[in-house]
Design a protein around this ligand. Structure first.
Ligand code: F6P
Length: 547
């Protein structure tokens, strides 16, 4: 396979040094580390309009220095340069990885395969802008001449999670007279609930699929098409259905004209695509100008990644901390807890970004990795999570590193809500790090029978990203790009291809066979494992089919 090569992590000199260093930290809990002079400043980084506070990680300055050395030895700077140079750093699909081009200013040159892709990106952005303006102004109407007031985005995975997450996050910046709904699941309940109460004459359906062949999206798109044409006739399709894809032929075969298709490119991975035409529904909701602010936020981080030394490079440090927690300390999961109700879907978005990218078991050369890769990422906004799973974070048997995300200002001020929100975020980080000892509990008069139950051992790592100001489109772009490049950093150190997703294929193939078995006219041959055969039989029987 042509292209990039991975250096095995455990053959790097600094890997050995990191293991020894980790052992030396075992006897130094966070409560002790926190007393070290100079630590506070050394582990706090400021850039990009945010503070990254690593003080409550189980690291020291020396840890960071060793991790940076590891990144150098693993060839991270060269891989970052290769990405921006349009090299095929996704070797198993033999593709460039150029989501950074999606937010590059028009005067940038980013070449892959001998072609500067930036003019293509801007041409597509202009088409999106023209369409969004026409819909928002009412110049582009539905087939009956009525303005389009509802947008229904149909897509799944990378064609869903980013736009949906951002539409919720940026709802305060969206036009109030535009409704934006998202459908992803092949469970018809999803489509039914998205279409409930909508007038077909005022509804625009945006079908988003990189491949335009994903089962769920195609079924939902067909059903939405019927919903439109049953009410309005065939002519509704050309005015009220648009597609976002890389496959013009399939779009046309579906019955959507090429003129009504917005494109992107094979060098944009689905989970890295929300800032391409995949974000069309978002652009319709928030407007092209605000969408531009989002792109500017992404681009700031790209520039930071490209030009900042590793020691102060925020996404790189995030990636290195992740490698430390996962592969050196062996912590299996990671909780991302935004203290922002608007970021309710951010953990779900990150799940695909992180786990589809780095949930891999072999290195670039196909040999098994010898260290743990992606953590299981999960999370919920604070303060809600405090009243459900935080108990486990504080006293459970599993240590879960936490990432707290907060904004110094709310989008809209209501009384003291925002201060209470942030106070809770800071308090949780404190409680995780420093806990509460038996002595403290006794001194506070805790009944003896409760002391053991109330002890919080502390020494549980977290980091805080505190963003200056409110959640703006720019800030969201910054946040997403930070995590995109964090994933890149991790993947380079782990020696894996972060940009393919072969593991999801098998389930798709099997689902095809099982769908045929569930719906066949006659009883299907029992070709599966016996348990599956029995479940097929029961489902068929329940649905009135021959068994
Ligand atoms: O099943 C995984 C996946 O291929 C993701 O990588 C992708 O984001 C999603 O399906 C949707 O794919 P598409 O945009 O081609 O419909």
């Amino acid at each position: 396979m042509a292209g990039v090569e991975a250096t095995a992590l455990d053959r790097l000199a600094s890997w050995e040094a990191l293991q020894a260093h980790a052992r030396s930290l075992e006897s130094r809990p966070l409560a002790q580390l926190a007393q070290e002079p100079g630590r506070d400043q050394a582990l706090r980084l400021e850039a990009l309009g945010l503070v990254l506070d690593l003080n409550k990680q189980r690291v020291t300055e020396q840890t960071l220095a060793l991790l940076v050395e590891l990144a150098r030895e693993a060839g991270l700077p060269e891989r970052i340069a290769a990405m921006f140079a349009g090299e095929h750093i996704n070797p198993t699909e033999d593709r460039a990885v150029l989501h950074v081009a999606l937010r590059a200013p028009a005067d940038r040159v980013i070449v892959t395969g001998g072609r500067d892709v930036v003019p293509d990106v801007h041409a597509e952005l202009e088409r999106m802008t023209g369409f969004a303006q026409a819909v928002r102004s009412g110049a582009w109407t539905g087939s009956t001449g009525r303005p389009l007031r509802n947008i229904v985005n149909i897509g799944i995975g990378g064609s869903h999670l980013g736009p949906e997450m951002a539409a919720i996050a940026l709802a305060a910046y969206a036009r109030e007279d535009l409704t934006c709904r998202f459908v992803s699941n092949v469970d018809a309940a999803d489509l039914i609930s998205a279409l409930r109460g909508l007038d077909p004459a005022e509804t625009l359906v945006v079908v988003v699929s990189k491949t335009f062949s994903t089962l769920e999206t195609m079924r939902n798109a067909q059903a939405a098409r019927r919903w439109l044409t049953d009410a309005l006739g065939e002519e509704a399709v050309s005015r009220q259905m648009v597609a976002v894809s890389t496959d013009a032929d399939r779009v046309q075969a579906f019955g959507i004209d090429r003129q009504a298709m917005f494109g992107f490119w094979d060098w944009v991975g689905g989970r890295y695509s929300m800032d391409s035409a995949v974000g069309l529904a978002l652009m319709l909701a928030i407007g092209p100008e605000t969408f531009g602010e989002l792109l500017a936020g992404f681009h700031e981080v790209d520039e930071h990644l490209r030009t900042t030394p590793l020691e102060r490079n925020i996404p790189v440090l995030l990636g290195l901390i992740s490698v430390w927690n996962r592969s050196v300390l062996g912590l299996p999961t990671l909780a991302v807890l935004p203290y922002s109700a608007e970021l309710a879907r951010f953990p779900a978005y990150l799940q695909q970004l992180e786990m589809e990218s780095n949930g891999k078991r072999v290195m670039l050369d196909g040999t098994p990795v010898r260290w743990p890769t992606s953590p299981v990422l999960w999370g919920e906004p604070g303060t809600n999570g405090q009243h459900s799973f935080h108990q486990l974070l504080h006293q459970g048997t599993e240590i879960v590193p936490v990432e707290f995300l907060g904004f110094t200002q709310p989008i809209r001020e209501v009384g003291d809500h925002h201060d209470l929100l942030l106070a809770n975020m800071l308090a949780r980080a404190q409680a995780l790090a420093f806990g509460r000892s038996e002595q403290e509990l006794r001194a506070a008069g805790a009944p003896e029978g409760q002391v053991a139950h109330r002890v919080c051992p502390g020494d549980r790592p977290s980091l805080t990203i505190l963003i200056d100001g409110a959640l703006t489109p720019r800030a969201l772009g910054v946040l997403v790009a930070l995590y995109e490049h964090r994933v890149l950093t991790e993947g380079v150190l782990w020696g894996i291809d972060s940009f393919d997703q072969w593991g999801v294929e098998l389930g798709k193939v099997l689902a095809g066979t099982l769908a045929a078995d569930l719906t066949a006219d006659g009883a299907p041959a029992p070709v599966h494992d016996s348990a599956t055969n029995e479940l097929v039989r029961r489902i068929r029987a329940a649905r009135g089919r021959a068994v």
